[in-house]
Structure formats: structure tokens, C-alpha cells
Design a protein. Structure first.
Length: 111
């Protein structure tokens, strides 16, 4: 990842905003995935979550995992800001793609 892109994340307010947005993306993934699987519109492709997504507490598990991840990345940012910024930005990009994919599946299912 380019140092220019990651260095633009320098500053606690920027990384806080990115971590908050990452948390929201992970939560949105959980909510949309749960809906799609329960309605029979999609299947969970993650083999670790495949059996959990149908359970009632999946959203709670997803939110707890998101909080833990954000907390770990924030603690890492205090010690190794560059590493934390690279991991956070990479995860942000991946989850943005996942949420867009979920929304595409949802839109196609509604059509």
C-alpha cells in the first residue's frame, strides 16, 4: 500500500473516523447477510459463519467481533500507526466490497 495514501490517514481524528466507518460496514454486512440468508435469497459463503448466520444471535456476534476488531486496531494505532492504518484501510476496502456485493444481491433479488 502506498505510503502517501496511508500517511494521509495520520491523525487520531481520521483514524477514529475510519474505524467508526469500518465498524458500521461490518455491522451492515451482518444485518444484510442475515436478512438475505433467512429469506432464502443468498447463501453465506464464509465457511466459518455458514452455520452461525441462521442463529438469532448472529448480529450480536458480528457486532461484538466488530467492536473487538476496532479496539485492537485502535490499540495498535497507538504503538504502530503505519501498520494499523494499512490494516484498517485494507479491511475497510474489503468490507466496502462485501457490503456492495450484499446490496447488489439484495437488489437483484427484489427485481
Amino acid at each position: 500500500m502506498s505510503k502517501i495514501i496511508v500517511s494521509s490517514l495520520a491523525g487520531t481524528n481520521r483514524i477514529r473516523n475510519l474505524l467508526a466507518t469500518l465498524f458500521c460496514l461490518i455491522a451492515a454486512d451482518g444485518i444484510i447477510s442475515t436478512y438475505l440468508v433467512r429469506e432464502g435469497l443468498a447463501q453465506e459463503l464464509n465457511p466459518f459463519l455458514k452455520h452461525l448466520v441462521a442463529q438469532d444471535n448472529f448480529s450480536l456476534l458480528k457486532v461484538a467481533g466488530a467492536l473487538l476488531s476496532v479496539f485492537i486496531l485502535w490499540r495498535l494505532y497507538k504503538k504502530r500507526p503505519y501498520m494499523s492504518a494499512v490494516i484498517t484501510l485494507s479491511t475497510f476496502i474489503v468490507y466496502t466490497g462485501i457490503v456492495y456485493w450484499n446490496l447488489l444481491v439484495f437488489g437483484l433479488a427484489q427485481a
